[in-house]
Design a protein around this ligand. Sequence first.
Ligand code: ASP
Length: 350
Amino acid sequence: MKGIRIQLTVVTMLVLSMVLTGCVRRENDQYTKKAPKEKPLAIVIHGGAGTILKENMTPEREKAYTDILTEVLQAGYEILEQGGSSLDAVEGAIRIMEDSPLFNAGKGAVFTNQGKNELDASIMDGATLQAGAVTSVTIIKNPITAARLVMTDSKHVLLAGRGAELFAGEHGLETVDPDYFFTQRRWDSLLKAKERDRSSNAASREEKFGTVGVVALDKDGNLAAGTSTGGLTNKLYGRVGDSPIIGAGSYANNKTCAVSGTGQGEYFMRNLVAYDVSVWMEHEGMSAQQAADKVIQEKLTELGGTGGVIVLDKDGNVAMSFNTEGMYRGFIVGDGVPHVSIYGEAPPSG
Ligand code: ASP
């Protein structure tokens, strides 16, 4: 009996020491993951914020969004895994969303008051602080690619309308007939918005947004951000929102973070929302989540604006903040596993 007990004690001690070493090793692994030299590959996406409520969603529609958000995350992450830059991942992921009718960007863009589609996009490189954007374009199939081209192949940051289209054409980008952007769903939204205007229900707002945005961190530790949109349903001709405005809709800086926003552009422009998130991090030492909450939950909300941001900091920490009912969103950090969500907590009352 005594012999058996001693053996058991030895075995117990062995098991205990293995468990303990294991724990220590796991903790160390976690620690080194956060160390600056071993930044994870990371991608974060949004597909717009707004009145996105589970009770208004059919299971089919919910699945369609979950599937495409997952597909976009995986495609973007694969670009990073294959050694692509964060700019490549941002552009590649946004192109997929622009080609999908589910989002208010590219193919699914909303209509202006005059029944046209006027698209905006921007992209920014966190390593060089270079940026490019296009606004009010009507025939460029993938505005995000045009934005990147403005950054790399022109000495400007923002090209508008016909000039941007000429520039895109000269550089061999795919152009389409404006009818390409027609979708029945967005047309119906325009008719509804006009009806609301007529019944002078000024307080009512567009039910969903649907702008898309991506931020990414690549193997060299470089951040990039991009945003693409059709703007707001029933917007006036020539209206420019925040999405093509660097610092308002998109911002990236390797010193701090990459940000893409979605919501009522006028508020995002007046608050320079994307840049503001970076500023709170740089000057007040806030974490990405603290800065995002400061800008969205406090500043934007106090001014009466609605929307949200996705943020990726220079070490691969993800933050999201929105004051709407939901935001299509997702991320992959380091392990290749996609995380997708749609709904959120109820916004603060008021
Ligand atoms: N921010 C976009 C705009 O105002 C709209 C959106 O995000 O849905 O143009």
